[in-house]
Design a protein around this ligand. Structure first.
Ligand code: FES
Ligand code: FES
Length: 166
């Protein structure tokens, strides 16, 4: 989003935890959380598709809850914990959910994938053994233009079994 330079702008210093690390940063108070993550922190794994709360590609977890980061102001995330796709892998080792997406071909262009994975991560955190319908409901705000839904469901159910046996 290009900010209108004619409108009043103010800067604020915020403290925020991103992927487990505390960050202190100055932020334009009209900047969205998606812009803050991508442009100020270089966390470009979070994708911006519609930029108006419709597609889900920008989904991140805010205090464990999936949100559209294009509809949240960066300043609203001050003092809170954000998890982005970059925080899903552990020291270079992919999360079992990411492995399952690869194994089950749960993506084509991949643009929806970071947001999809974050919504599913939140689902598995609150419901480790979801049904097909649970996965559908948890991802009903994440659009996949490539139509990878059947494989996304298979990958999620497979990952949930593997996580249970970890
Ligand atoms: S980019 Fe945020 S919902 Fe589409
Ligand atoms: S894999 Fe292309 S939009 Fe989902």
């Amino acid at each position: 989003m290009v900010l209108d330079e004619n409108l009043p702008q103010s800067k604020k210093r915020i403290s925020i935890t991103v992927n487990g690390k505390k960050v202190e940063h100055e932020i334009n108070s009209r900047m969205t959380l998606a812009e803050f993550l991508r442009e100020e922190l270089d966390l470009t794994g979070t994708k911006v598709g519609c930029n108006r709360g419709e597609c889900g590609s920008c989904t991140v977890l805010l205090d464990g809850v999936p949100v559209y980061s294009c509809t949240v102001l960066g300043v609203e995330a001050a003092g809170r914990e954000v998890l982005t796709i970059e925080g899903l892998a552990d020291e270079g080792k992919l999360h079992l959910l990411q492995d399952a997406f690869i194994e089950h071909d749960a993506l084509q262009c991949g643009y929806c994938t970071p947001g999809m994975l974050m919504s599913i991560k939140a689902l598995l955190d609150r419901n480790p053994q979801p049904t097909d319908d649970d996965v559908r409901k948890a991802t009903d705000g994440n659009f996949c233009r490539c139509g990878s839904y059947p494989n996304i469901i298979k990958a999620t159910l497979d990952a949930s079994k593997k996580i249970a046996h970890e």
